[in-house]
Design a protein around this ligand. Structure first.
Ligand code: GRF
Length: 213
C-alpha cells in the first residue's frame, strides 16, 4: 500500500483487550493502512496502558480525576494532535466527551459498546440485557456524537443469550465478538467506501458483504 497510514489514537480506562485486538490485527496484517500513534488513559495505572508500553507503543496518562471536564478534554485533544492522530478509537474509555473534543475530530471518533444499540446504552450493558430477558445480545461499533452510546452505527455483531448465562459468561462471548468487530469497523471507515444517509452508515455499492458479520 502506498500513502500515509492513518494514525489512530486509542483512549482507554481499563484492561484494554479491544486495544490489544486492534494492535494484533495491525501486526498480523488483517487491518492495514493504519498505525497506532498513541495510547492514552485517564487512569494512570490502567492495565491497558502498561500493555501499550510493553508493545513499545507511545503511551501516556492524562489523569482526569479532579480536573474539570472541558480542561481535561482540551489537554487530551492537544496530546492527540501532538501525536498527529487522525482517528480517535475509544476502547473502554469511561468518559463522556465534550463538544469541544468532538469538534476537534469531526466524525473521526469511534466507540464500541457491549450491546445491540439502541438497546442497553450506558454501564453494565450485558447485565441490562440479561435482566431484561433479551434473547439476543451483541456489540456495536459506532461513531461518537454528543449523546452517550448514540452515534451512527458502523458494525454490529450478535450473540445469542443462553438460559444458563450469567453476566460473566455472556460478557465473555460478547467480548470475543468485540475483538472482531472493532478491527472490522476501522477497516470499513478507513476504506472511505461509505456514505451517510440520515443517521444510516451505508456501504457504497461495489463494496461487498453485510455490515452484520
Ligand atoms: C468493552 O466491553 C467495551 O465494549 C466497553 O468497555 C469494555 C472495554 O473492555 N466500552 P476492554 O478494556 O477493551 O477489555
Amino acid at each position: 500500500m502506498t500513502g500515509r497510514k492513518a494514525r489512530l489514537g486509542v483512549l482507554l480506562s481499563g484492561r484494554g483487550s479491544n486495544f490489544l485486538a486492534i494492535a494484533s490485527a495491525i501486526a498480523e496484517g488483517s487491518l492495514t493502512g493504519c498505525e497506532i500513534a498513541v495510547v492514552i488513559s485517564n487512569i494512570a495505572d490502567a492495565p491497558g496502558l502498561r500493555a501499550a508500553a510493553e508493545l513499545d507503543l507511545p503511551a501516556a496518562a492524562q489523569v482526569s480525576r479532579g480536573v474539570a471536564r472541558e480542561s481535561h478534554d482540551l489537554a487530551m485533544v492537544q496530546l492527540l494532535q501532538q501525536h498527529g492522530v487522525d482517528y480517535v478509537i475509544l476502547a473502554g474509555y469511561l468518559r463522556v466527551l465534550t463538544p469541544a473534543f468532538l469538534q476537534a475530530f469531526p466524525q473521526r471518533v469511534l466507540n464500541i459498546h457491549p450491546a445491540l444499540l439502541p438497546s442497553f446504552p450506558g454501564l453494565h450493558a450485558q447485565k441490562q440485557a440479561l435482566d431484561y430477558g433479551a434473547k439476543v445480545a451483541g456489540c456495536t461499533v459506532h461513531f461518537v456524537d454528543e449523546e452517550v452510546d448514540h452515534g451512527m452505527i458502523i458494525v454490529q455483531r450478535t450473540v445469542g443469550i443462553l438460559d444458563s448465562d450469567d453476566e460473566i459468561s455472556l460478557s465473555a462471548r460478547i467480548i470475543a465478538e468485540e475483538h472482531e468487530a472493532y478491527p472490522e469497523a476501522i477497516r470499513r471507515v478507513l476504506s472511505g467506501e461509505y456514505e451517510i444517509r440520515g443517521r444510516r452508515y451505508v456501504r457504497r455499492s461495489g463494496s461487498s458483504g453485510p455490515v452484520q458479520s
